[in-house]
Ligand binder design. Structure first.
Ligand SMILES: [Zn+2]
Length: 106
């Protein structure tokens, strides 16, 4: 479980962002995690009504990093091949396409 303590600038107290299967912000005086709304740079708890400030860009970066495929995994290899195929489509070159297809086609 990855925890990121930070200061809520809206109501200066220490809170903690957790990035696991249910990302959210744990805040003093409540047992629930607040939901992050990155578009509004805030987090909100439906149980106690806490409305705090968080960087939506920071949260989104952490979320994307937590969802990135594990290097060396099959999905990471396929993602790399897809990126390479997209690049080939941008700059079509018969030789490079042939080499790519020979490498990725079983
Ligand atoms: Zn709460």
């Amino acid at each position: 479980m990855t925890a990121y303590p930070f200061t809520d600038r809206g109501d200066p107290t220490e809170v903690t962002l957790y990035m696991d299967e249910a990302p959210g912000v744990e805040h003093p005086g409540c047992i629930y995690r607040a939901e992050v709304i990155p578009e509004l740079d805030c987090f909100y708890c439906r149980h106690c009504g806490r409305n705090g400030r968080i960087s939506g860009a920071w949260f989104t970066d952490l979320l994307m990093a937590s969802q990135a495929p594990t290097p060396g995994s099959e999905i990471a290899d396929l993602t790399a091949q897809l990126a390479e195929a997209i690049e080939l489509l941008r700059h079509p070159n018969e030789h490079d396409v042939a080499v790519f297809l020979k490498r990725v086609t079983p």
